[in-house]
Design a protein around this ligand. Structure first.
Ligand code: ADP
Ligand code: MG
Length: 322
């Protein structure tokens, strides 16, 4: 059995090139960060618990990727640039067949985003992975949930629903061909944090968040914080490539309520439409305009003929009845 510090050294300490932003990394009682002069820190934590947020036998490389991706996604949703992160890990055993791919999945994505692992804690116990991430942004530019304004357009990045579709197939709620299932599951296992888009939207978007629980619920957080309502054009919601081939009802349900996509939902004034599209192009990310912020509270779902749709799903009720 590896000692705790040997384990950290073997799997998590990297030979990094000097980075002036990180004054001290793993090894001392604290790490030391130098945020760029005049910048504000953005900080977020996410805990992933085996059996609750992922299957106990989940592919460890994918799991490493996903644990960091969901944290990076929180930075993206504020418009923050990643700096560094810490990892608190509870492990049932020091199994190299798990630790090696897990640390690789984690550190590969960290390298992509120049976001260094600077510390953490390691203990024996049920598998539980908690990451705290640090980012930076100019003061006053954060894309906050309470900043939506009446008449803002509502936008979403990428596509929605494929992650939830993969889960539905795992749970045998519906059939998918093995190839479709594999393609959809990629979205569930290896979400893409929209860091570049978030940064490009500073000064353009008003409110933003990342979609982890499903569009309706998460947009609801913006509406609640901003004390406003909205209309969504549900047939404009961009479905993932696999979901696009399913029935209209499934497309609507999974784009509206499917979680785990980690796309950004944001609002921006009408006069910024071209700037939003330019931000999408600059960050190589599709953006789709899906609705409108309104003074009238509650969430209204409209079809292409501007008719109100009532969906039977219970979770939607308190939004559609407004
Ligand atoms: P302490 O006794 O202060 O808790 P530890 O012995 O737990 O210190 O950790 C030693 C060093 O290794 C610290 O710098 C800590 O931040 C780092 N560390 C511990 N676990 C991890 C981990 N899972 N990933 C990265 N760094 C870690
Ligand atoms: Mg410790």
């Amino acid at each position: 059995m590896l000692s705790e510090f040997d384990l950290i050294k073997q799997y998590f300490v990297q030979n990094y090139a000097a980075d002036s932003r990180i004054a001290l990394g793993i090894g001392d009682d604290c790490a030391l960060i130098n945020p760029s002069p005049g910048m504000q820190l953005a900080i977020s934590s996410d805990m992933l618990v085996s059996g609750r947020h992922f299957f106990p036998d989940a592919d460890p490389y994918h799991l490493g990727h996903k644990c960091l991706a969901v944290n990076l996604s929180d930075l993206a949703a504020m418009g923050a640039k990643p700096l560094a992160f810490t990892l608190a890990l509870s492990l049932p055993e020091a199994n190299p067949n798990w630790l090696l791919p897990f640390s690789k999945g984690l550190l590969d994505l960290a390298q992509t985003h120049h976001c260094r692992l600077i510390g953490g804690d390691t203990t024996k116990g049920p598998l539980n992975i908690c990451i705290t991430i640090f980012g930076e942004l100019p003061p006053g530019t954060a894309l906050r949930r309470d900043a939506a304004q009446v008449d803002d357009d509502i936008w979403v990045s990428g596509t929605l629903g494929d992650a939830r579709l993969a889960l539905a197939a795992y749970w045998k709620e519906l059939p998918l061909s093995p190839e479709d299932h594999r393609q959809a599951a990629t979205r569930m296992h290896t979400p893409t944090p929209r860091i570049e888009l978030g940064i490009a939207l500073r000064g353009i978007a008003h409110a933003a968040l990342d979609i982890s629980d499903g569009l309706i619920g998460d947009l609801g957080h913006i509406l609640e914080s901003s004390k406003l309502g909205a209309s969504l054009f549900i047939d404009r919601l961009p479905a993932g490539p696999v979901l696009r081939q399913q029935s209209l009802e499934q497309r609507r349900t999974f784009t509206l309520a499917g979680g785990d996509d980690y796309e950004l939902c944001f609002t921006a004034p009408v006069h910024q439409r071209e700037a939003v599209i330019a931000a999408g192009i600059a960050s190589n990310t599709n953006v789709t305009r899906i609705g409108k912020i309104e003074a009238n509270q509650g969430l209204r779902l409209l079809d292409d003929n501007h008719q109100t749709i009532k969906l039977s799903l219970q979770a939607f009720d308190h939004f559609t009845s407004a």
